[in-house]
Design a protein around this ligand. Sequence first.
Ligand SMILES: NC(=O)c1ccc[n+]([C@@H]2O[C@H](COP(=O)([O-])OP(=O)(O)OC[C@H]3O[C@@H](n4cnc5c(N)ncnc54)[C@H](O)[C@@H]3O)[C@@H](O)[C@H]2O)c1
Length: 360
Amino acid sequence: MPVVPVIANAPESRYDIHIRRGLLHDCAHLFAAYKGKKAAVVADSNTAPLYSYALMDQLHRAGIEPSVIILPAGEETKCAAQLERLYDAFLDFRLTRADLVIALGGGVVGDITGYAAATFMRGVHFIQVPTTLLAQVDSSVGGKVAINHPRGKNLLGAFYQPELVLIDTDTLKTLDDRQIGAGLGEVIKYGCICDSALFERIEALGSRESLLPVIDEIIARCCEIKAEYVRQDPHDHGVRMQLNFGHTLAHALENAMGYGTLLHGEAVSIGMAAACRWGEALGYTPPGTAQRVTRVLEAYSLMTGYPAGLSPDMLAGQMALDKKAEGSKVRTVLLTGIGACRAVPLTPQELLISLNGGNP
Ligand SMILES: NC(=O)c1ccc[n+]([C@@H]2O[C@H](COP(=O)([O-])OP(=O)(O)OC[C@H]3O[C@@H](n4cnc5c(N)ncnc54)[C@H](O)[C@@H]3O)[C@@H](O)[C@H]2O)c1
């Protein structure tokens, strides 16, 4: 079974990501190190009926009493009211600092549960059991936990690393195609920014049908890459910025179209294809890269063109509001080849020229 170590702050804070099909039915031994006798398992209305029974069974076998807390599925759950509900449920369950909090679900459950774990009694043991592809390759690793504020996404948050990440890739069998696609967008992103071998492998596999049978290895490689970024930049002040490849336009699209119209990974796909075109137009990205990246994204049924009805002017204006803006320039990650990238500050004029395919 692949085990990927993550070292976020210091060697003694190392944690492991275990990746295996069927892991949810055989993970009791991984809880043996915990002295606590209770675990609050936070799931959502989709993941609870599918996976909480297997996890509860394993916790029972480890001598730990579980209590399942079920949140409504969906992004709206990452809010103060649901956070309060979690605190209340932890208190009703008489959870102590020796006990465990386990997130069983996608990035929404992981983010709000992690934030609750970070703040309840100033921090309790936290385990991630991610069940979407996006959560398995991205959000469950690296310690960013958050809820949304009515004025913006992820505005209230913390860095709080899990102590264990359990990835049972069988959970992907119940995930719908769009969610798989959104996760694949992030997988392709890792290949683009820092691992040409991963990109070439995905390119050679050529379709979801060929890739899914080897998804364990692909997820393990993505976790290694994310772990290396986290090791180098645990608090997201430097090189971790590269993980935002495709995100400048993605955030603008999400704002312009309303959150939820496009899944985040779908917006990132459009953003990556666009960033390759801009990089070529501005002379940072070798010619032909955009065509190659676009071909791979489309082979995996991801969108690469701007959705109809959105004007370049409006999108450029949205991008200028990006939180990575420095003065009047927006730091945008551009590829300098397949598997290599750099963050480049672009002026609004350059963004507009980029959106127009290189034409002023
Ligand atoms: N913390 C980070 O570093 C980080 C990184 C990227 C994204 N995020 C956050 O992650 C969230 C998005 O996460 P997501 O894409 O996983 O969405 P999600 O958690 O909303 O899950 C998507 C949908 O799939 C369902 N689902 C989950 N697992 C399932 C399974 N195995 N079978 C069937 N259905 C299943 C969920 O109930 C939900 O309806 C956003 O809030 C985003 O801000 C966080």
